[in-house]
Design a protein around this ligand. Sequence first.
Ligand SMILES: Nc1ncnc2c1ncn2[C@@H]1O[C@H](COP(=O)(O)OP(=O)(O)OP(=O)(O)O)[C@@H](O)[C@H]1O
Ligand SMILES: [Mg+2]
Length: 222
Amino acid sequence: MLKLIHASKIYHRSGVCALRAVDLDVARGEYVSITGASGSGKSTLMHVLGLLDTLTAGRYLLDGEDVSRLPPQALARLRSERIGFVFQRFQLIPGMTALENVALPLVLQGVPHAVRLGRAAEQLEAVGLSDRLMHKPGQLSGGQQQRVAIARAVVTQPDVILADEPTAGLDPEAAADVLALFDRLHRAGNTIVLITHDRSAAARAARQLCLENGTLHSGQTK
Ligand SMILES: Nc1ncnc2c1ncn2[C@@H]1O[C@H](COP(=O)(O)OP(=O)(O)OP(=O)(O)O)[C@@H](O)[C@H]1O
Ligand SMILES: [Mg+2]
């Protein structure tokens, strides 16, 4: 499903080599966690996998298609169709309701208004927020906002859910809710890549990887 072949990323402005000849193969339906010290390249890896950034060298195959050299417009389209993102800071639109936030990726795909609101409501129900559809992010707790973000990530039925430190800003109970949701999404057949500092969170994934100064290893960070 996701395949990196000798993938390297150099940020030319800083001269930092953030990924060094990374090989990674994530099969459909897998749940993989990635740990690593600050600056080890985790977010860079997520940006590459999520088509938010491109490689300096090496190749990236998404579902068998080489996407390493596609122009920005093609990347943007693939990103909106194939990738679901969950970020540490939720990145919800403050002026929109939970329902509108979750429906937003479907606007970009041209799904009709009534259909997308219906699908957004279903996803919010699935994350336990059917009584919060009309609330704006500022009227929700951090854990609730992250659950809205997860509903938004899955509403397009993406090929992969990429989560970068999704529990870092949450209290333990809300973090546990978020991890339970990922477990459920995994059981339902979703492919998940979870980046986290939290060792117990990482341990929930079937396969654990760690980044060390841009190099990927199996197992958790020591
Ligand atoms: N846009 C950028 N321009 C230049 N250098 C960058 C850029 N983004 C990241 N870097 C550098 O690349 C390296 C990896 O950064 P990255 O953000 O991937 O680390 P990380 O593992 O996500 O860290 P953290 O745990 O702190 O989020 C760091 O040395 C960082 O300074
Ligand atoms: Mg990071």
